[in-house]
Design a protein around this ligand. Structure first.
Ligand code: FPP
Length: 242
């Protein structure tokens, strides 16, 4: 089964694809390697898959790279992940100048070290005029934290007198999310066989299709993505209707 742009017309592709990049730790353990080795392999898969999504014409891709809960992991694992993020951004600034991908970061990035925050800002700035795929990298992201942040902003506006509570509606909440102005994800892929949302795009995924795949993220290939896209194209989406 091949679901490239020839087989699946762009109309059948998700407008927004979310990926929970899960299974790095188990991949490393199976090989008798330390967990950070799994993240290094996972970061390489991320590069391949992001480029492929851009090439086949997916307009928005959001990847879950680091959750608000991931700080609880052992210090050496957190440090290794920070190193990988830094490496990727340095590479993006240096080598991705001819790619038409606009990179954005969603989550509370103020918690990262100043040099990483600087790289985040520069990566966003350097790609802001790109017209191709929007790549959201979720870092220190949590769906509940995102909603709490939106509520806090609304409360401030009410306190300042610029908003009355009766005017708060779904559209106003949406505008205060990290993904404001972007379409909701149509499809969320979770490799590694787990069937949980894990606090990923809670508000935005109200009507997302889920595809859970029994493969660990570092082993995930463009063929696996094709399979998930093919399954998505065959789903009958009703959005609460009949
Ligand atoms: C979940 O797998 C994965 C993460 C917490 C980290 C994901 C990060 C990457 C793939 C690196 C991405 C890099 C860039 C540059 C964006 P897990 O470790 O929880 O796996 P397990 O469930 O098997 O333990």
């Amino acid at each position: 089964m091949k679901a490239s742009n020839q087989k699946l017309g762009t109309a059948m592709l998700p407008n927004h694809l979310g990926i929970i990049m899960d299974g790095n730790g188990r991949w490393a353990k199976k090989r008798g390697l330390p967990r950070p080795a799994g993240h290094t392999a996972g970061a390489n898969t991320f590069r391949t898959i992001a480029r492929y999504c851009s090439r086949i014409g997916i307009p928005y891709l959001t990847v879950y790279a680091f959750s608000t809960e991931n700080w609880k992991r052992p210090q050496d694992e957190v440090t290794a992940l920070m190193r990988l993020f830094k490496q990727y951004m340095e590479e993006a600034l240096r080598d991705f100048t001819d790619e038409n991908i606009r990179t954005r970061f969603i989550g509370d990035t103020s918690a990262f070290a100043p040099n990483l925050q600087d790289l985040i800002r520069r990566t966003e700035e350097s790609s802001k005029d790109k017209t191709g795929m929007v790549l959201n990298i979720a870092m220190n992201y949590g769906g509940r934290a995102e909603l709490a942040n939106a509520m806090r902003q609304l409360a401030r506006e009410v306190a300042a007198g610029s908003l009355v509570p009766e005017d708060i509606n779904e559209a106003l909440i949406e505008k205060r999310l990290y993904t404001a102005g972007q379409p909701d994800p149509d499809l969320i892929i979770r490799p590694s066989g787990e069937n949980r949302t894990s606090n990923f795009l809670l508000w935005q995924s109200a009507y997302s299709e889920y595809v859970s795949m029994d493969i660990l993220w570092p082993d995930f290939t463009t063929k696996d993505l094709d399979r998930a896209l093919m399954e998505f194209a065959q789903r009958n989406r009703r959005f609460g209707g009949i």
